[in-house]
Design a binder for this molecule. Structure first.
Ligand SMILES: [Zn+2]
Length: 152
């Protein structure tokens, strides 16, 4: 445990979130991951789940860890769905740019005419929907109130 990489942006972000209990973007610290509000809200309720260790591939995890991480992902996804009642949840895990396991959780809405496309279809608009700390804290509080942690 506690593997980290000093050159990794995701490791730095995880370290900051783990240090600060009241970080405005923090929703919840799970055993294996950290659940945070996304930096942009083009899709209202967009969040990320960051694995705590610097590991690149899901298949490199011990079986007991990947099943626990999947449970954490499902708890996070359900909380977003219960908060925003989306048409569909999208779960993305790539790591091509930052080689550290992280998930993007995108609620998709009926109102999106391109909802059958991947979320990245709108990536050029994300920057215009960056949120400040107050907005992040508000969303984090809303989503946290819908976390059902009994299965973790
Ligand atoms: Zn890392």
């Amino acid at each position: 445990m506690n593997q980290s990489n000093t050159h990794c942006l995701m490791c730095a972000r995880v370290a900051l979130l783990l240090q600060e209990d009241g970080h405005p973007f923090l929703i919840h610290k799970f055993q294996h991951s950290v659940f945070v509000v996304g930096d942009h809200q083009f899709f209202r309720g967009y969040c990320m789940l960051l694995f705590k260790e610097h590991i690149r591939e899901l298949h490199e995890l011990e079986p007991i860890v990947h099943s626990a991480l999947f449970t954490e992902l499902m708890i996070a996804g359900r909380a977003i769905a219960d908060t925003f009642q989306p048409w569909k949840m999208n779960y993305s895990c790539y790591g091509n740019v930052v080689p550290h396991i992280h998930w993007h959780l995108f609620p998709r809405y009926d109102s999106d005419p391109d909802r059958q496309q991947v979320p990245w279809h709108h990536a050029d608009k994300f920057e215009k929907h960056m949120i400040d700390e107050a907005a992040a804290q508000h969303l984090a509080t809303q989503i946290r109130s819908n976390l059902i942690l009994s299965q973790s």
